[in-house]
Design a protein around this ligand. Sequence first.
Ligand code: UD1
Ligand code: CA
Length: 432
Amino acid sequence: MTNITTVILAAGNSTRFKANKSKLLYPLCGLPIISHIYNVAKKISGKNIIVICNNKNINQLKLILKDCTFVIQKQQKGTANAIEQVKNKINTKNLLILFGDTPLVEIASIKKLIKNFIKSKVKASLIAFRTLNPFGYGRLIVRDNDLKEIIEEINLKSYQKKINLCNSGILISNTKILFDNLKNIKVNKIKKEKYLPDIFKIFYNNNISTNFIECSENEMLGINTIEDFNNVQSILQKKYIKKFIQNGVNFLNPETCYLSYDTKIEPTVILESNITIKDKTIIKKGSIIKSNSYLEGVVVNENCKIGPGARIRPNSIIGQNSKVGNFVEIKNSKIGKKVSISHLSYVGDTDVGNNVNIGAGTVTCNYDGNKKHKTIIKDDVFIGSNTSLIAPIIIQKKSKIAAGSVITKNIPKNSLAIERSELKILRNKRTK
Ligand code: UD1
Ligand code: CA
């Protein structure tokens, strides 16, 4: 939509979040809080986005938000003051305002707002929501269906505190009319800030037509505190998991699993309890992820058995029909098809071929204290239990390594390597 500029407010101090950086940078299901709403904004107005930030978060925001304009609000004098910073910077007829700290908003709701705004020919329109716990939100005062004003929590009279129709912060307005009236917003006496929602009282008093639509609370929640963050994150997790379940993924204990915004799981996959999945992980059909497993940046191909208690770290691919069992750690490794790494092993910076068995307690010794080195294990190799493979090293096809060996040289194909000192049995001569 080319006649809309989206402005995202992101200059707040995150005081209530009690963190040492802007709350908007915190990963929510793997994606910075602000990126969630930013992705919605992109779909509405393309590159026509202005992010209002502050001197402290601008550099980090520039790293994560591309194709938009940044404007700095030097002092955090409130949401109306933030909008004042973009006066004369907007050349579209209408202006959409989003808050960086409301990440659950769906594109459909913004489209609904825009449609209503255009159809009803009002000069400004807002998204409101109802909640049983309205504390902290601006409340809508409505008379004869007209939005009379929005009162912030600290200014509410005690009888108004139970009003549960809240301001989401999301609004669309005619650009010129907004800026013509913005200058009339007064500084709030208690907080010494200028509040953007005060514009609606000014509109009402000047007979400028406005209206609002209502959307679901689950989409409009804002993140001010860590408690809000946890609440929003659990709503988002439930949303992701519900979508997978509807698509044929079987979670045995969905409440205990954590997914990332970019997780992909194919139908027929089973996930047991307490599973964490992060960073662009893909799990293909027929696989089972057993309890207490932790996967980040992993592709698990078809029909694999992972866990219980497996840890697979970034840049790893597990081939079809392979098994990665309990207390196995895999990092930056490509594992072939029908490979079994069933117990207590560390496989790092390694390429493993097909039909390989890696016995319990095998360790690829990939780090010499200075550099990381690669291990290559070719097809049909058998590695006995408790083997140390000192990288860089290649174990050629169909070779066997005897249990307990420390392998320091490349092993040619079809051979058996044993590295053990001779067993001595010394009898105690004092006992018969
Ligand atoms: C705001 C609204 C409230 C609404 C709620 C919805 C105001 C005064 N209140 O309250 O009516 O119900 O959101 O979640 O607008 N920001 C700036 N510059 C500033 C202050 C804030 O850019 O000087 C940004 C923040 O980074 C944030 C957004 O504006 O992204 C909202 O500010 P916040 O302080 O969180 O407002 P709330 O108290 O949540
Ligand atoms: Ca907020």
